[in-house]
Design a protein around this ligand. Structure first.
Ligand code: FSO
Ligand code: SF4
Length: 546
């Protein structure tokens, strides 16, 4: 195996024996083969298009296949194997379709052409060098190809959540296919790939905007909310991941069951949506960011539903309490499939919860959040006045992810040491590094404004664009906003590319720069966009405030 798609890649360069995330080499190789198969499908689709043939629509398959390979989403080798098998059938169908329409298959890549007659054949192919990342020998080309693929993986995750709420955009799917096929094309220059990287950012913005419209259109605009972080004396179900549709279905089905629903990790922002406030049995949030789940699931006592990443390989005796759905999966954990209409039956989890103890309290009190674009616009006068009066000197966008590395203590310390007159704008699980600190407020505006999930980084961009308009500036970079972003997995990659596309410069990225950036590609990002890493808290604060 060779994987370097996340921030915790071993030694900062790549996992080669087993993933730091817990992914086995078998799963890693199968995930690579999954992506390889998607590239092949994409090339077949493009071949048809170029010949003017209307190809069968495989968009949803491509999207879900990408999503399954995101860090910490799916550890189930059987599920990935099954999906590759499906991909091989799709390739057969597409090749047959091309031939029937008189389109030549000549010159197609092995990714499009290979097949296997049984699971052993698939497993053997997953070990073949051509299916892995290192098949691209030129380090810079590999770096750019992977940067694009990781961006598209993040895009696929967000697009799937939007689709679950009935929203989709064929242009986004077509871009995914175009991008995947492009990573097989040896005729593309590094400049072509840089351009494609920026285009990935454009579609990242479109995808996040679509998901924002899907979420707010369905559940209302997030609003200022005090979220309970304690517990109540009923059995509970803990919901993790990012999918609001799953969350809604579980809330509906568990009404009157005597079971409380709690959010975990990235599901915390569900508390901010008006539509979920009507459920009396939705109690609050339990615990912290994804990487603390082993201990927190222990004390939660009840069943846990994963709607997406981030899964940490559970303790053996926790497996029977963990359920997965959507693109997520873990061997031994019960996976709940949707029926044809997208409905899921969560009755087994609800019945399971009734038999288990209520959660053990690990924290008490409340935290505040719900500062997505509409809520911040509602406070715009106050915010603008605070900036004009000098009460707010600077905003710090500290969105992104949390992770287990000790070096991420930097972000807690950074938040604590920020001088008066500064406000943190956050989104994603990065917030758990500082959302429980007593940082006070500025004239009633809390010093940590949580917009929501990582995809709600879109909200932060919308807020920045609005401020630019209010202050009549020509350039988003003239605003008193600094970007100190923590990344972990591929959704953070699409968020970063989206910000670059929107013209945001001088983003600081930590706790380490991606291992998949070659020196030359990193140089391009530094020279053109002012991307930088992080230093010491004191030096960085001084630099940002200067
Ligand atoms: Fe975090 Fe995990 Fe939302 Fe990621 S829970 S790390 S960027 O999956 O998606 O922020
Ligand atoms: Fe390593 Fe991250 Fe890949 Fe897991 S996802 S194998 S931790 S680089």
């Amino acid at each position: 195996m060779f994987c370097y798609q996340c921030q915790e890649a071993a030694k900062g360069t790549g996992c080669t024996v087993k993933g730091v995330c817990g992914k086995t080499d078998v799963v890693s190789n199968l995930q690579d083969l999954m992506v390889y198969t998607l590239k092949g499908i994409s090339q077949l689709v493009i071949r048809g298009k170029q010949a003017g043939v209307e190809m069968p629509n495989k968009n949803h398959y491509v999207m879900t296949g990408l999503f399954m390979t995101i860090t910490n989403a799916n550890f189930d080798d059987q599920a990935i194997l099954n999906n590759i098998r499906k991909g091989l059938e799709i390739k057969q169908e597409l090749k047959g379709f091309l031939s029937e329409n008189g389109v030549s298959l000549e010159g197609l890549h092995d990714a499009a052409l290979w097949s296997a007659t049984d699971d052993n054949g698939i497993i053997a192919k997953s070990l073949a060098p051509e299916a892995g990342i290192l098949a691209t020998e030129n380090e810079d080309v590999r770096s750019l190809r992977e940067l694009i693929i990781y961006g598209v993986k993040g895009m696929a995750a967000y697009a799937e959540h939007a689709l679950n709420l009935g929203k989709e955009d064929v242009n986004i799917y077509e871009f995914m296919v175009k991008a995947l096929a492009a990573t097989l094309d040896d005729s593309l220059s590094a400049d072509d790939l840089v351009a494609l990287t920026l285009e990935t950012g454009k579609f990242g913005v479109d995808t996040m905007a679509m998901l924002d419209a899907a979420n707010t259109g369905t559940y209302g605009n997030p609003e200022i909310t005090e979220v309970n972080i304690g517990v109540r004396n009923n059995p509970g179900i803990l919901v993790s991941g990012h999918d609001l549709k799953d969350f809604e279905q579980l809330l509906e089905q568990s009404k009157g069951a005597g079971v409380d629903i709690y959010t975990h990790g990235e599901m915390l922002p569900a508390n901010y949506y008006p539509a979920f406030k009507k459920y009396d049995h939705f109690f609050g949030n339990y615990g912290n960011a994804w990487w603390k789940q082993k201990e927190e699931f222990e004390s939660f006592n009840g069943p846990i539903l994963f709607t997406t990443n981030c899964i940490v390989p559970p303790k053996e005796d926790q497996i029977s309490r963990i359920y997965t759905t959507g693109a997520s999966g873990y061997p031994g954990c019960k996976h709940i499939e949707a029926d044809q209409d997208g409905n899921k039956n969560f009755s087994e989890i609800i019945e399971h919860a009734k038999k288990l103890k209520s959660p053990t309290e690990i924290e008490t009190g409340t935290i505040i959040g719900g500062f997505a674009h509409a809520q911040v616009f509602a406070l715009a006068d106050k915010v603008v006045d605070a900036v004009k009066s000098g009460a707010i000197k600077k905003f710090f966008v500290m969105a992104g992810c949390d992770g287990r590395m000790k070096s991420r203590d930097y972000y807690t310390e950074f938040a604590e040491k920020l001088p008066e007159g500064t406000v943190i704008l956050t989104a994603g699980c990065a917030k758990y590094r500082y959302n429980k600190l007593e940082l006070g407020d500025i004239g009633g505006i809390p010093r940590v404004l949580d917009a929501g999930q990582c995809n709600d980084s879109y909200s932060l961009a919308v807020i920045a664009l609005k401020l630019k308009e209010v202050f009549e500036l020509n350039d988003i970079n003239e605003l008193p906003i600094a970007y100190n972003i923590a990344w972990y997995e591929q959704k953070a990659v699409i968020v970063l590319l989206a910000l670059l596309y929107l013209g945001v410069k001088n983003i600081h990225l930590g706790p380490t720069l991606p291992g998949f950036l070659s020196q030359n590609v990193a140089k391009v990002l530094v020279e053109n966009f002012g991307i930088a890493g992080i230093g010491s808290v004191e030096d960085d604060i001084e630099m940002f405030m200067a």
